[in-house]
Ligand binder design. Sequence first.
Ligand SMILES: Cc1cc2nc3c(=O)[nH]c(=O)nc-3n(C[C@H](O)[C@@H](O)[C@H](O)COP(=O)(O)OP(=O)(O)OC[C@H]3O[C@@H](n4cnc5c(N)ncnc54)[C@H](O)[C@@H]3O)c2cc1C
Length: 468
Amino acid sequence: MDIAVLGAGPAGAHAALAAANAGAAVTLIDDQPAPGGQVWRAKSAAILSAPATPESLAGDALRGAVAASPVERMPSTRVWSIERHDGLWTLHLLADGAVATLRARKLILAAGAREFVQPFPGWTTPGVVGLAGATATMKRDQVAPGRRVVVCGTGPLVFFVASEVRRLGGEVAAVVTANSRSDWLAALPAMARQPRLAVRGARWLADLALAGVPVLWRHTVTAATGRDRVDGVVVRRVDADHRAVGTARHFSADTCVIGHGLLPNVEPGRLAGIGVQRDAVAGSWCLEAGADGSTMVDGLFVCGDGAAVRGALAAPLSGEIAGRAAAAASGHGDGPSDALIRRHRRAARFGAAMASLSRPRPGLAALATAETIVCRCEGVTRGAIEDEIASGAGTCGAVKSGTRAGMGPCGGRVCSTAIMSIIAAVRDVPVETVRPPSVRPPLTPVPVSALASGFRYEDLPIRQPAPL
Ligand SMILES: Cc1cc2nc3c(=O)[nH]c(=O)nc-3n(C[C@H](O)[C@@H](O)[C@H](O)COP(=O)(O)OP(=O)(O)OC[C@H]3O[C@@H](n4cnc5c(N)ncnc54)[C@H](O)[C@@H]3O)c2cc1C
C-alpha cells in the first residue's frame, strides 16, 4: 500500500482521489458508512427520497467519484492507534467489533473537526444539542432537533441551523448570537469574494426575518432551565469579550441548540508525532504543517479541518494538495501546482474569516459556575477543577490526575478546551500558554472483547505442574 488516508470527508476523499489519479495505490478509511464527512454527510437509507440540498448534492458527487475510482475503501472503520515501524505506518483499526491493522508507506490525516460547547448551567439537560451536531442529524435523518428551538452560537452555522430547523418543520423561538453586526461587517471583504455563499447566507437571514424570528445580536444563552428536559433558556447580552453582562431574559423552548466554534481533531496527528501550534484566527490548537500538507514527520501529511479549521470550501482543495504531495513523495506525479496552492489560499481566507467569527473569546469561559459540570463523562464540576488548580495543578494532565476530569470515554475531547480556559482564568495567564493534554492510544474507546478477539486460552503458555 502506497498511501493510507484517515478520514473520507471533503479533504480526505479529495486527497485519496488526487493520489490515486497520480497513480498511487490508496486506501481510504472512515468511521462513517459513506464518504462525505461532516458537511457532505450521506442521508440515511430510509429517507433517500428527501429533497436534495447543496450539501447532499456535493456529497453525492463525491461519493460517486470515489466509487468510480480505484481507491480502496474501508467504511465504518475507526483508526484507534497509529505507529511507525521500519519506515512503514501501521494503523490499528476497529471494524465490525474486531481489530485489524493496515500498513502503508505514506499516511494522510484528514480527521476533520469537532465542535466546542462551553459548559454553562443546564448544558447537560436532555434537550441541549450541539450546533454542529444538529446539522449532522438534520442532514442524515431530515428531522428537526426539537419543536420549539432556541439556536445559539457564533459564526454562520447558527443561521444555517435556524433556517434548516424551520425547513424541517420546527419553530425557532429565537436566534441568539454572541457576534455583533460589526463582527459580520469585518467579514464582508472575505464574503464578497465568495458571492454564492454570501447570497446563501443572506437567504437564511431573509427567511428568518420574514418568519418574524427574533435575532439577538451580541447575546448568549447563559442557562438552560428544566429538570428532566429543557423547558426554556435564559439569555443575556455579552460584552466584546463575550462575557454575559446584561439582564436575563427567558425564552420558553423544548430544545436549545448551541455551539461555540470548531476544534481541529489534532489527536491522530499528535499521536503520529506532529507538533501543535496556536491558530490565532480560530482560537484553537492546530497541527504544524507546510503549505502542501507535509509535516515534520517523514511520510506524514495532513489536510482539511483536522489540520486547522478553514471550512468546507477550503477542505477539498487542501485534500487535493496533500494527496498530490503524498503521491509525489511515493514517486507518482509532480505534486501540487502553484495554481492549486493559490486557489486553496483564497478559499482558506474565506474559511479563516468564518472561523474567526466563532473564535471562543475569554469571557465565554465565565458561563460555567462552580456547580456546573465541566467533564460530563466523570461528572467533575468547575469548582472541583478550580480547587485542584488552587492546590498546584497547572496542566490538563495534573487536573486529570487529581479530579479524573478528562479520564472518561471521550478522552478529554469534550472538556479539555474548557479545562484549559479554567486553568488560564485561575492562574491569570493567557489561554494560549496552557497546552492541550497529552495524547495516548486508544484514540477512541476500543472494546476489550475486540482486542481479545484473536485470543485463545489454549494458546496461553502455562507450564505443566511439576509431578508431586
Ligand atoms: C458536527 C459537524 C457538523 C458540521 N456541519 C457543517 C455544515 O453543515 N456546513 C459547513 O460548512 N461546515 C460544517 N462543519 C465544518 C466541517 O468540518 C467542514 O468544514 C468540512 O466537513 C471539513 O472537511 P474535512 O474533510 O476536513 O473534515 P470532515 O468532514 O470532518 O471529515 C473527517 C472524517 O474523518 C472521520 N474520522 C475522524 N477521525 C477518525 C478516526 N479516528 N477513524 C476513522 N475516521 C475518522 C470522520 O468521521 C469524518 O468522516 C461541521 C463540522 C462538524 C464537527
